[in-house]
Design a binder for this molecule. Sequence first.
Ligand code: ZN
Length: 652
Amino acid sequence: MRISFCVALAATALATALANSQDLPPVGVATEATRSANAEIAAALPLGDRRDFENATRGLLAQIPGGVIRAADGRIVWDAGAYGFLDAAAPATVNPSLWRHTQLDRIHGLFELKPGLYQLRGYDTAVMTLIRSKTGWIVVDPLLSAETARAALALANQHLGQRPVRAVIFTHSHADHFGGVRGIASEADISGGLRIIAPQGFTQEAVAENLLAGNAMARRAAFQFGQTLKPGPTGQVGVGIGTALSKGVIGLIEPTEIVNGRSQLIIDGVEFRFINAPGTEAPAEFMFYLPKFHALCAAELATGTMHNLLTLRGAQIRDGLAWSRYLDEVLEKYGAGLEVVFASHSWPTFGAGPAREFLTHQRDIYRYIHDQTLRLANLGFTPDEIAEQLAEPGFLKEDFSTRGYYGTLSHNSKAVYQRYFGWWDGVPAHLHALPPEDAARKYVEFMGGPEQLLTKARASFDQGDYRWSAEVLNHLMFADPANVPARDWLAASYEQLGFQAESAIWRNYYLVAAQELRHGPAGKGAVQLGNADFLRAVPTAMLFDSLSVRFNPAKAGTAHYVINFEFPDREETICVIVGDDVAVPRMGCRAENAAATARMNRVTLDEILLGSAKFADRVADGSIQITGDPAAVRAHLALLDEFPYWFNVVTP
Ligand SMILES: [Zn+2]
């Protein structure tokens, strides 16, 4: 009796599950609600305005055939041809404004802005600028990968005449602007007089941003950039500041010169006027004006999109107010005689009037988000309420360059709130909320159980209310990850949200989420987390802070001890004091009562951390000398967690 009852119940559940999954919209097809949402955007925006296309193609001199760049082993690291699908009219599965934007981002080639001033665009996420100097090239922002930077420079040399690189300028501390430096320069060139110029704080920030939070940030970045999606009308349609990230070798050569404040430099005969803008788009960043060309390089403070005050991959909050002020400063100083403004992403804006309008709108969008968020916060509104009511300022309807292809008004306003108030919206019910799985089980129960919830969620889906169907189905997923209809309908909700998103990174996030619900995490294609160049540039104190982030107190138990480390190649000592559930590194310390002292060159530790050498092997070959108890060092290293890259995001 009991058995047959259970069988009957299971059969009913199965039948309901099948019925629930049967009406799912086919994967990769826009629903009626999505079609009309995208048609509405198309009707509201001046999509026929071709001025950006004229700017993006002006001065084209040459192209890499097919836009394909390969590594030495033949592997493709860049493929502009993968975006050929954008030749068609916008399909219902892509927001038409994003479609237009990525059409612009994929245009590739060597372009002349003015005689002597060139850009290589569409060969990586970012843009590389070349300035002809007295005896060679000044390279601004050598892309993300050595392979793409090398190929881009080769194209220029081929068409403009071979010239040596005399200086490299890193406008800011993000890897898409320096990672390819080894494709165009080496340490040997520096001995030969090559200058590498960067803003104040560059090296520290270049290595710091991805160090302590690196694993989780890299996992989130793969969502943001859609790295496991195929480019196409139902997949990845760019990253908002380019089409994709190149897949080559990322490196770092430390600058030979640092520029502070407002300063002027003559670099191989060319005058530069720098405007440092720290704490804006990057913690270390500058813009510069070139009087000879009447040209402003806005670095990444003013590109063809509204940028992020808080990027979805995670990073520290950026200062929208300072960002706006620096743009106002360059507008005031250089706006009058400006003939062209170019940036480290997107295409240039030519002509004094358009250049000034571009900078004005870029200045105004960050000012608007900052001021209006705080106005509404001071009226008592909380982040979700502010994001919902923050209307588009009028100029967004005319000027595509400030629309949200990367940052959005919604998440940028939350970033401003977070900068001033932190994570909490001030509502006591949210101060000590239950964690997702506990809350989910209760939500599902309070809503009358899984079937009831699913029926209601499907009704919301049918009405095109995907934000709400995703919210409630996410509870069901976290209450019971084995619930197949919940998984399917949640994936369908995410997919439609992705198809409607104007922001490339919202689209990528939603579509990767749908993919992971349907097929699980990809398990491959992870972002490379570290390499020898980066690690070498990490100060020892910061490196030990990153090891303390891996320290697992549950494994350590009640142990109290000290271990000394000595790095003779850097003339550094550091001791790690373990106890009270923490591992505290102290620079310059050599503890008398240490359980052990490990002496090695920093490069040996770097190799072990990168996995290219084993601790035991380096002890055996004498690269590491231990005095005291060798077992104590081994035991300490065993307390450090390894971080798995493919942790769950869309399921518990
Ligand atoms: Zn960038």
